[in-house]
Design a protein around this ligand. Structure first.
Ligand SMILES: [Zn+2]
Length: 163
């Protein structure tokens, strides 16, 4: 798979507010920024330079994402210094499966609950009443106000999604 296509796929997974929230729960506050900045293989230091965050934060984020299998690493020993260096890569297949699981759980959890959505962002913005309230009834994607999602609109939104 080409790098561009991978990037697009990751982008569409990260466009989902619920998935992003779960990623932050799993990987901490820098999880999204770290995942977004992947372009192939990276060392810990690459993220420090790119994201201007501490190396300890980079490592803790990568380790937490790694424990879910969402990123993978290669370890190499420097023959001169004897130190190990790590290069990290995104595990896109695993992220896709993980995101699907998350979405399934979300649907099950929210079945029968009142839901809200953003008319601009469509299906990726659907949230439960509780989560809508937490965000002051604003869309997490674009800051528009959320609207109540009744059965009729739900059908319409899903149809648009499938097209
Ligand atoms: Zn929106």
């Amino acid at each position: 798979m080409g790098r561009k296509k991978k990037k697009d796929e990751l982008h569409s997974i990260l466009a989902d507010a619920y998935v992003r929230q779960k990623l932050v729960e799993v990987g901490g506050e820098n999880a999204i920024a770290v995942l977004r900045s992947f372009k192939g293989k990276h060392s810990d230091e690459d993220f420090v330079k790119k994201l201007k965050i501490k190396i300890s934060d980079v490592r803790s984020t990568l380790n937490r994402l790694h424990s879910e299998g969402l990123v993978v690493y290669e370890r190499k020993k420097d023959s001169e210094t004897g130190w190990y260096s790590y290069t990290w890569q995104i595990n896109l297949e695993k992220i896709k499966r993980w995101a699907e699981e998350i979405k399934k759980e979300e649907r099950e959890e929210e079945e029968g609950q009142d839901q809200y959505y953003c008319p601009v962002c469509g299906i990726s913005s659907i949230v439960s009443f509780e989560r809508a309230m937490e965000n002051g009834f604003k869309c997490m994607g674009c800051e528009n106000y959320l609207e109540y999602l009744d059965e009729e609109i739900r059908e319409k939104v899903w149809q648009e999604f499938k097209r």
